[in-house]
Structure formats: structure tokens, C-alpha cells
Design a protein around this ligand. Structure first.
Ligand SMILES: CC(C)(COP(=O)(O)OP(=O)(O)OC[C@H]1O[C@@H](n2cnc3c(N)ncnc32)[C@H](O)[C@@H]1OP(=O)(O)O)[C@@H](O)C(=O)NCCC(=O)NCCS
Length: 195
């Protein structure tokens, strides 16, 4: 199963990279985005129903963690951010604000940005909370592990609940990266002892 997923992932990513080369698109890691572009991104998250609204201030805060941009001739055609939640003294990063320009969709570029971010945060606690089945499939392709709410510490759930989308396993599925999975019991224990 793992081998099939790896082959599928590599094929999908190779296709995405070839498409970028053909179209002159590049993926860049950024800590800075112009105020105008931040306003555009914020408006986008407000108007697209599948996205959670992120104000310019929230985006600026997320930029501290860096983000991946899909660019061509200095223009942004795609983005993905990491939203840092602080639990006790630990950071849990949630993938957020994924978007690809309409004219470049259906070439696995969303998966490509997810892959960059997942790799960048491989030594951090990374979580994905989503409704869409495609996201779940992509998460599995990227080596993320499905977990249930009972696997997560109530302290963590409470913090994440501020997003308004937790304690709902009918609508949402939760995926964590292998690093988070490997430390989850230890992490839960520490949080329990610190209450
Ligand atoms: C989500 C998005 C980046 C995927 O674009 P993409 O990489 O070109 O899509 P793919 O070719 O990999 O995937 C094919 C299908 O899976 C969907 N998909 C892939 N990743 C997804 C994701 N993270 N969330 C929701 N849907 C997704 C696509 O919408 C597409 O569905 P469609 O054919 O019915 O339009 C793009 O549809 C987009 O920007 N949508 C608007 C913003 C959005 O919904 N962001 C996700 C919030 S979780």
C-alpha cells in the first residue's frame, strides 16, 4: 500500500513539476508579501466558501512561519500558508489558505504546494483538518496519518476549536504528519500533566 501511494505521489508531483516548467511557473518559499498582495489574498479567503477567512493581520502572523508561493513574472498564481497554534509551549502548525489560480488548476499544483509545506514542516507538529475527500486522498499520498479526535489531547482540541471546526468527525477528518504521530502519546501526556 505504502509503495503504491509513493508511486502515485511521485507520478503526480512529476507531472506538476513538468507543467510548471512548461508554463514558466516557479514555487518559492517566502517570508514577505506586499501589502497589496496580502489584501488580495485576504479578500480571496473571505469570498471563497471553501476557505477560512484570514485577515491581513492573520496572514502577516502566518508569514512569520514562511509560506510557499506559485509565481510567474513576479505575480502570485498560488499559495499555501502554515497557521501556528501555541499549545502550552509547543507549536502545532495547521496547513491553511491553499489556493491555485483557475487557469492553472487540475495539474496537481495544489498537491505540489502541499508537498512543499509538508516537507518543510516534517520536524514539526503538522495537522490538516479538512472536509474534502480529495484533501484526504492528498494527505494520504503525502504520508500524513489519519487520526480520530480521541487520539488528540483535549487541551489541543480546545485550542484548535477556536477555529470553530473541531469536535466534528462527521464533517472533518484529521491528519497529522509522521513526526506528530510518533510523538502524540508523549505530547498528550505532557499536556495532561501541565493542566
Ligand atoms: C483546492 C485547489 C488548490 C486545488 O487545485 P488543483 O491542485 O488544481 O486541483 P487538483 O488537480 O489537484 O485536484 C482536482 C480536484 O480536487 C479538488 N481539490 C484538490 N485539492 C483540494 C483541496 N485542498 N481542497 C479542496 N479541493 C481540493 C479540486 O478542487 C479539484 O476538483 P474539481 O475537479 O471538482 O474542481 C483549487 O481548487 C483552489 O484553489 N480552490 C479554491 C480554494 C480552495 O478551495 N482551497 C482549499 C481550501 S481547503
Amino acid at each position: 500500500m505504502e509503495a503504491i501511494l509513493r508511486t502515485d505521489r511521485n507520478t503526480a508531483l512529476e507531472e506538476a513539476i513538468a507543467f510548471c516548467e512548461e508554463k514558466g511557473l516557479e514555487v518559492v518559499f517566502a517570508h514577505e508579501i506586499s501589502k497589496t498582495n496580502l489584501q488580495i489574498i485576504s479578500e480571496r479567503t473571505k469570498h471563497l466558501p471553501a476557505m477560512y477567512h484570514a485577515s491581513v493581520g492573520m496572514l502577516l502572523d502566518r508569514l512569520k512561519n514562511g509560506c510557499f508561493l506559485l509565481k510567474k513574472d513576479g505575480e502570485i498564481f498560488g499559495h499555501i500558508f502554515a497557521h501556528r497554534h501555541t499549545i502550552d509551549k509547543y507549536s502545532v502548525y495547521e496547513r491553511s489558505s491553499l489556493w491555485i489560480h483557475k487557469s492553472y488548476r487540475n495539474h496537481n499544483l495544489g498537491l505540489l504546494l502541499m508537498d512543499f509545506l509538508t516537507k518543510k514542516f516534517s520536524k514539526e507538529f503538522l495537522i490538516s483538518i479538512a472536509q474534502d475527500k480529495t484533501v484526504h486522498n492528498n494527505n494520504e499520498l503525502l504520508g500524513m496519518k489519519f487520526i480520530t479526535l480521541k487520539d488528540l489531547s483535549p487541551v489541543l482540541i480546545e485550542t484548535l476549536e477556536k477555529l470553530g471546526k473541531l469536535r466534528d468527525e462527521y464533517k472533518y477528518k484529521y491528519y497529522v504528519n509522521p513526526y506528530f504521530e510518533s510523538k502524540i502519546n508523549q505530547f498528550n501526556k505532557i499536556l495532561k500533566n501541565n493542566i
